[in-house]
Structures are given as C-alpha cells and as structure tokens.
Design a protein around this ligand. Structure first.
Ligand code: HEM
Length: 537
C-alpha cells in the first residue's frame, strides 16, 4: 500500500490537517469549491454555536444521511467481479445470439455471487443457495443469466415466491433467526409444499456450503429457448462448470469459518483475482427439441426438475474468466441490476411460470431499490454497445434523447428524426402457438415431487448421503414443533427409506410417521446420476 505524503499541520485545537500539494489533490465540495478546513465546522468563537450557513458541513452531513439504499429483498449479500466470456465455437446452428456466432469472440461480463436469505451483513458460509448472476455486455444489448448454484428451485410458480422468502427469512414477531433453514416457519412451509422436496435435498447437501465461489457450479435453472437465424427454436438449459472442480466444506468447518471470518468467500474471490489466479467456468448447454421435451416424464417447464446430464449430455461452448475486481463495491456490486427479462435476439423465454413471474419481479424491485427508472444509465448497468431510446426524464436522467424528436413515427429527417425500428436486426419473440382456458391450474406433469429427489439422493456417495442426513437432523432439531419435524420425515419416506429412518432416529422420533400421500406415482427405478456427486467430480 502507498501511504499519503500529504503535509501535516496541527490546528489550534491540536487537530490534524493534511494539506494538498504535489500529487495530492485538493478536497472540494460537490460544487468543486476547494475546502480549506475539513476538521472544524463554522462557529462563532472557538466553542460555538455552529452556523447554518456552513454549506460545506451541511452538504457533507446531508450526503452521509442518504448513503444507504434498501438492500436486495433477496440475495442481499453478494460479491461481484468483472471478466469476459469467450466462445469456443459458433453456435449459429442453434442461435442467432451475436455473442455465440464466432469462435474466439470475447464478450465483457460482470458476475455477482450471493447468498439468498441472509441480510447484507450476514456470514458467507450460511447453509444456503448461492446466486450466480452473469451480465453479458453483448454487441446486441445486455443479456443477464440470473442463475443459482443449484439446478432446481423450491417452487414451481412465482406466486409462491413471497411466501417462500417470508418463511425463509427471520420470523416477523421475533426478528430471528437469520439462518434460513433452522426454524419452524421455514420447515413448516417446506413440509406443506411437497414441490420443495427436491430442492430440500440439494440444500441439505454439501452444495449449500461451497468452499468458495470458485468451486461452485452455476445453473440458469429454467428451460430457455434458443432461436436460430431462420426462426427455429431449440430448448436450452444453461450450466456453468468450474475449471477447479467442485469443493465444499463440512458443516463443522462452516460454523467455525463463519465465526472466524464471515467474509471468507468474498475474501477468497478478491485474493484470487488480485494474485492473478483468475477463476474460470465453462458454459455448458443442454439442447433438446420439442419432441424430446414431450417425451420426458416431467414437464421441462417445471423449475423443480432437472434434465439428467446422461439423458442430454452437456455441450461446452465457451469459458467465463473473472480477471478484474471492482473499483468500488457500491457503484458496481451493489448497484448492478440483473434481470431475467434482459435477453437478446436469439434467446427467448419459455412459459415456465416461475420464469414468467421473475420477468415481472426484477424490474419492479430494482425501481424501489435503486430509486429511479434511470438505473439502467449507471455505468455497471448500461450496455456497452450503442443504445438509443426515446425514454426521457425522471430522476437522474443521464441519457435523454438528443435533438428534437422524442417520439416516433415523426416527420424529421436524418439524425434529427431520432432512432427507428429495424425489422431485420430487432428482437422478435418466438411465435409459439398458445391457446387454452384462462384458469389457475398446474399441469399434471408438475405433480411428481419425489422421484428426482430420490434420484439425487441415490446419486450421492455414502459420505455425502451421511452429510444430507446430518444436515436434516441439525436443521430440524432447531424446529420446536414436533408435528413439523414429523411432516418432513413423512416426505423423506417417499424419497428414500434410509434417509427417512436416519433422520427420524437422529431427531429421536418415537414412531415413524406415515408416508405423505404422493400426488403422482414415484418413479423408483430412475438410475443414479453420478455426475451430480461432488466427490465424483
Ligand atoms: C435476486 C436468482 C427466483 C425475485 C436474485 C439474484 C439471483 C437470483 C442470482 C441476485 C442477483 C444479484 O446478484 O443482484 C434466482 C433464481 C430463481 C429465482 C435462480 C429461480 C430459478 C425468483 C423468483 C422471484 C425472484 C420466482 C420473484 C417472483 C428476485 C428479486 C431479487 C432477486 C426481487 C432482488 C433483485 C434486486 O434487488 O436487484 N435472484 N431467483 N427470484 N430475485 Fe431471484
């Protein structure tokens, strides 16, 4: 570190004055007025009273008073870095997305990793899902792949998201606990929502206590669409595969690390990048068509299900490298606004009802969090390609339309007429044919909540299975209501009898509860999926 060599003077009261000069710039007000004394407010005589006309003091305190913005309603604690994505090959056969057209093409990215449930100041090694959000600054606009380190999600329909998060965060009367998994409300909700069971196994597994961000996988979770230049659509699932492989800590380590260094994960990423050990992930794609989607035993639009990698192998199509830490945590990591709705030509949504809800939620919450519809003008959020909208005004408008035209169509020619549509290059939604009755229902193929949970459990090594059992016992032992503990075990019976037995024993349940009634037959003979195991990697 470089120490400042500013000249030091002592004031009349013995206070320190560091004086500008040589390479040390002059401190100014926001108006650029040089400041003569930043140690003393303006007073009548040495003891006051202080004067209202002290514009420097007023400006300084006013600004400080307004430093805080609301933390994210979820994923409040996070850490970000800059880097690039490099395509290995052209994907023109499946998508017209510009970033995937040319082998070797590099696209700048910003990535933010996060925990979900804890507040901004919570500890890094909480047992929790990790966010893995990537903003690609492509030549045709920003594409955000707002994913997690677990390939499935708790719920199937976004209308349940507020309930899930309310149940996971502190209980409203007592304001604790911070730990999402260790309380009655969380497990009450989980036990009443069998669709959460697949995710329950993942969060009780070692995946939920990664050794560092560098050793985590990432997943787009939803099934998205690629659309090629001729308008053909292919379903796609996105995966991030860490070059370092996957590693987790064990629970006792997590508890100790949280006490000794609650910043363990952010420090790890900062140190790795600062010392030139740039973390890397490969982007993997699972691509399949409508016929495959229809032949599958689950609905591919159900975010509580994954497509096993042995059924649709992963094609590795590029690498993500994080090679630059932020200059300012607030300006970049805090103010970055990821949004599933930020997509580019060649990529499109599907009808996944969780994704459709997310597409509403992010913009809405970011207006509240960042305070102005112009948060897209912030350098971290603005595209790096040219952009021209006819949007104007509002708080903090940095990019108002230039010239006379702020509407279209208009009669003004040339640059004065402002930007126009481009039928060839502009984004077009995939024209999926849709029809049906307007109702609040879910498809029947969303109803099997246990088969993939079972498949995940049998895919784990014996050590990992023990960790899952121990995690259930630890977390459920914090639940005070016996009926909630028993209800969870009644679901575990449908997932795997050994798991249910060991958790029941660990909790000291006197009688084994009856199995929960599955809504759809559990498929018991799904083969294990070895690629899911951390140890196997
Ligand atoms: C934030 C992932 C489901 C609402 C985030 C972030 C990630 C993420 C990674 C943090 C972004 C950042 O680093 O700034 C996911 C995944 C989901 C999911 C993978 C399911 C597959 C949902 C749903 C909703 C939702 C269903 C609401 C309907 C939010 C909100 C934020 C957020 C409001 C805060 C955004 C901000 O303040 O900037 N999510 N999420 N998420 N998510 Fe989700």
């Amino acid at each position: 570190a470089q120490f400042a060599d500013a000249a030091v003077l002592r004031g009349e009261g013995g206070e320190t004055h560091q004086v500008a000069g040589k390479d040390v710039p002059v401190l100014t007000t926001q108006q650029g007025v040089p400041v003569s004394d930043d140690q003393n407010s303006l007073k009548i005589g040495p003891r006051g009273p202080a004067l209202l006309e002290d514009f420097h003091f007023r400006e300084k305190i006013f600004h400080f008073d307004h430093e805080r913005i609301p933390e994210r309603v979820v994923h409040a604690r996070g850490f970000g870095a800059h880097g690039f994505f490099e395509a290995y090959e052209s994907l023109a056969d499946v998508t017209s997305a510009d970033l995937f057209q040319r082998a070797g093409e590099k696209t700048p990215v910003f990535v933010r990793f996060s925990t979900v449930a804890g507040n901004k100041g919570s500890a890094d090694l909480a047992r929790d899902v990790r966010g893995f959000a990537v903003k690609f600054y492509t030549k045709e606009g920003n594409w955000d792949l707002v994913g997690n380190n677990i390939p499935v999600f708790f719920i199937q329909d976004a209308i349940k998201f507020p309930d899930l998060i309310h149940a996971a965060k502190q209980e409203p009367d007592r304001g604790f606990p911070q730990a999402q998994t260790a309380h009655d409300n969380f497990w009450d909700f989980m036990s009443l929502m069998p669709e959460t069971m697949h995710m329950a196994l993942w969060i009780m597994s070692d995946r939920a206590i990664p050794r560092s961000f560098r050793f985590m996988e990432g997943f787009g979770v939803h099934t998205f669409r690629f659309v090629d230049g001729k308008g053909k659509s292919t379903f796609v699932k996105f995966h991030w595969k860490p070059k370092l492989g996957m590693q987790s800590v064990v629970w006792n380590e997590a508890l100790k690390i949280n006490g000794a260094d609650p910043d363990f994960h952010r420090r790890d990423l900062w140190d790795a990048i600062q010392t030139g050990n740039f973390p890397e992930w490969e982007l993997g794609l699972q691509l399949f068509d409508d016929d495959f989607a229809d032949s599958f035993e689950f609905d591919v639009l159900d975010a509580t299900k994954l497509i096993p990698e042995e059924r649709v192998p992963i094609r590795r199509v590029g690498r993500l490298v994080l090679d630059r830490t932020v200059d300012n945590f607030f300006a970049e990591t805090e103010q970055v606004a990821f949004h599933t709705g930020n997509i580019v030509p060649g990529i499109d949504f599907t009808n996944d009802p969780l994704l459709q809800g997310r597409n509403f939620s992010y913009l809405d919450t970011q207006l509240k969090r960042l305070g102005s519809p112009n948060f897209t003008h912030l350098p971290i959020n603005a595209p790096k390609c040219p952009f021209h909208t006819l949007q104007q005004d509002g708080h903090m408008a940095f990019h108002n339309p230039k010239g006379r035209a702020n509407y279209e169509p208009n009669s003004w020619g040339g640059a004065m007429g402002g930007p126009r549509e481009d039928p060839d290059r502009g984004f077009r939604s995939f024209p999926a044919p849709e029809a049906g009755d307007k109702r609040r229902v879910r498809g029947e193929l969303f109803a099997d909540h246990y088969s993939q949970a079972r498949q995940f459990y049998v895919s784990q090594t014996p050590v990992e299975q023990t960790h899952i059992q121990d995690a259930f016992v630890f977390e459920l032992s914090k639940v005070e209501t016996p009926a909630i503990r028993a209800r969870i075990v009644s679901h575990l019976i449908n997932i795997h009898p050994d798991l249910a037995r060991s958790v029941a024993e660990g909790l000291g349940l006197k009688d084994m509860p009856k199995a929960a009634q599955p809504a759809r037959k559990v498929i018991e003979d799904l083969p294990p999926s070895p690629v899911l195991s951390i140890v196997a990697n």
